[in-house]
Design a protein around this ligand. Structure first.
Ligand SMILES: [Zn+2]
Ligand SMILES: [Zn+2]
Length: 387
């Protein structure tokens, strides 16, 4: 059952979420959002607040009735550079910015849990609430860790929720291993010799070299990586040329690589570079590859994932908790936290709505009490008297 007290806060949760939706902020620039968060936390009576971590990140502590372990709960606060097309009363007031990933909802759910935990204190230990900026591409989680988040607060476990359109409303999806992929980027610069389009023999055509590199790169997956490993390579940009009758000097190729295992990313890095270099060489040209590592894969700890699912089942029933669906090949910077501490990242379905990052997306306020109850229960059921 959803915690009754949190159910009773539903109108408040809706008001907070819709307020946050009107003031979306990007990256680390979440000053107005974190001010709202801080005011609420002070109102609830949290025991300690540290702000200014990763610029506009904030950590709040709530102590239970007795001393014990520290458990981290994380919500992201940043929005996206998207112009909202919804015509809602709580539509974005910040032109060109939008909460299109539902981080307004995540922040609200963690605030709901904070309010409940401050009132009830029915646990032995400390809840460490982590309000993080810059999840979208800038790795705010890593910056918080680099600034000593887990050194200052010796958290034994860490948990987070992401809402998910396309999963039944109120349903939890939790994998016992990979939840999301690592996302890397590569850039290949192919160099030839320019020429008139009518006299290709006078130059070295980088376009034919690039075409062969594209073909050969995709065969890394089918021929060099075991078929049960999930790996995606997508070449997403090819830029070259200025006119129909000119063979250009260079071609720039850009792509993304999604993996669940570090060794697969290492292999793709090595092989893409070798393939580009050697195909170019065979065609009398040259190619250089830059491979940039992005967010690592988001991997749940098996026993923490099972525990998370048990807590969720108590709230929404067995039928509304699903384990081990195919890994989502997008990425998430909570992975940095899960690489340091055991824990779990869970999806909470919000039904058939426009997808994440879509200009018509809106977080579904119906699921706020569920998410807030899960966060709160993860503290209460983890930090029990009998430990
Ligand atoms: Zn997003
Ligand atoms: Zn997101």
């Amino acid at each position: 059952m959803i915690l009754d007290r949190i159910k009773g806060m539903h109108n408040e949760l809706v008001a907070w979420r819709q307020k946050l939706h009107t003031i979306p902020e990007l990256g680390f620039d979440t000053a107005e959002t974190v001010k709202f968060v801080k005011n609420k936390l002070q109102e609830f009576g949290v025991d300690e607040i540290q702000s200014g971590i990763a610029e506009n990140g904030l950590v709040a502590l709530i102590h239970g009735k007795k001393k014990g372990r520290l458990i981290g709960l994380r919500a992201d606060m940043d929005a996206l550079p998207i112009t909202e097309v919804n015509n809602l009363p709580h539509k974005s007031k910040n032109e060109g910015k939008m909460h299109a990933c539902g981080h307004d909802g995540h922040t609200t759910m963690l605030l709901g849990a904070a309010k409940y935990l401050c009132e009830s204190r029915n646990f032995c230990g400390t809840a460490v609430l982590i309000f993080q900026p810059a999840e979208e591409g800038l790795g705010g989680a890593k910056v918080m860790l680099d600034e000593g988040l887990f050194k200052k607060y010796d958290i034994s476990e860490v948990y987070a929720i992401h809402n998910m359109p396309g999963i039944d409303k109120g349903k939890f999806v939790i994998n016992k291993g990979p939840m999301m992929a690592a996302a890397d980027t590569f850039f290949i610069s192919v160099k030839g010799v320019g020429a008139h389009g009518a006299y290709p023999h006078e130059g070295i055509d980088p376009i034919i070299i690039a075409a062969q590199i594209v073909q050969a790169s995709y065969s890394i997956i089918s021929r060099e990586i075991p078929s049960h490993h999930n790996v995606v390579i997508s070449i997403t940009q090819i830029n070259a040329g200025t006119a129909s009758n000119i063979i250009p000097e260079t071609v720039e190729i850009v792509g993304t690589v999604r993996t669940l295992r570090n060794e697969d990313a290492k292999l793709v890095e090595k092989r893409i570079s070798e393939i580009a270099k050697n195909i170019a060489k065979a065609n009398n040209g040259s190619a250089e590859t830059i491979y940039e590592y992005g967010y690592p894969a988001t991997i749940n700890n098996e026993s923490k994932a099972i525990f998370s699912a048990e807590v969720a089942k108590d709230l929404v029933g067995n039928d509304m908790v699903e384990m081990d669906i195919p890994t989502n090949m997008a990425s998430e910077d909570f992975s940095y936290m899960l690489n340091e501490k055991p824990g779990a990242y869970v999806f909470l379905g919000q039904g058939d709505t426009p997808g994440l990052h879509h200009p018509e997306y809106d977080f579904d306020d119906d699921i706020s009490p569920i998410g807030a109850s899960w966060y709160a229960s993860m503290i209460e059921k983890n930090l029990t008297e009998t430990e």
